[in-house]
Design a protein around this ligand. Sequence first.
Ligand code: SF4
Length: 235
Amino acid sequence: MPIPGLPEDRVAWVPQEPTRGLHPFLTVEEHLVLLPKVRLGERRQSSRARLLPLLERLCLPRERSFLRRFPHQISGGQRQRLVLAMALSWDPAFLILDEPTTALDPLARWELFALLEERNREQGLGYLWISHDLEMLSKATDRLLVIYGGLLVEAGPTQRVLKAPRSPYTLRLLGASRGEASLDSGYLQAPEQRQPGCPFRPRCSDGLPCCGQGVGWQGTLADGFRCWNPISRKS
Ligand code: SF4
């Protein structure tokens, strides 16, 4: 879907499963120089020289022996970082990051965060970060959108959403991230099995009879929620 005001050819995507972005018969180096050649018309040697520091920033080796390896010869974390390096290799204006830190160790996670923050500050790079990693999101984002069952249930400035959630689902998510157990955890039904109304209803301990009806958005587009019985009413 087009992003208003942003040309589609300036957007890069980092898939959750890195093998979806890698070709089994291309080496690390061939992956790295591919998009600069297609997008920028850059020569292979120039791309390699320009991008070796980026590999280091992403905690990847820059030795020739590593550059000659194929995707199946490097670790899962290295594959994820290689896909990130490819996404950044041609200086896009906007990144869509789908769970980009799942295979990364803590050092590499924070290095990625520092790199994105630096590109944001110096080059205006924007990004949409799809993740359950609330600790990272709390530092890396200005705004949060909380989605459950394909439905946007809360949106707002990151710190407001984390400190004063309005949706019971957001509250549950925050509790789970702190390791708080939930006795009525349940699961999200398949779309064809869901009852009308709020998709969180079978798991929500605060539901009302009206939750079986369609739930409208409350508040503004920039800061709002979708719930018949939001947190503030109960306190
Ligand atoms: S609309 Fe009802 S069921 Fe859904 S989260 Fe709010 S209180 Fe719970």
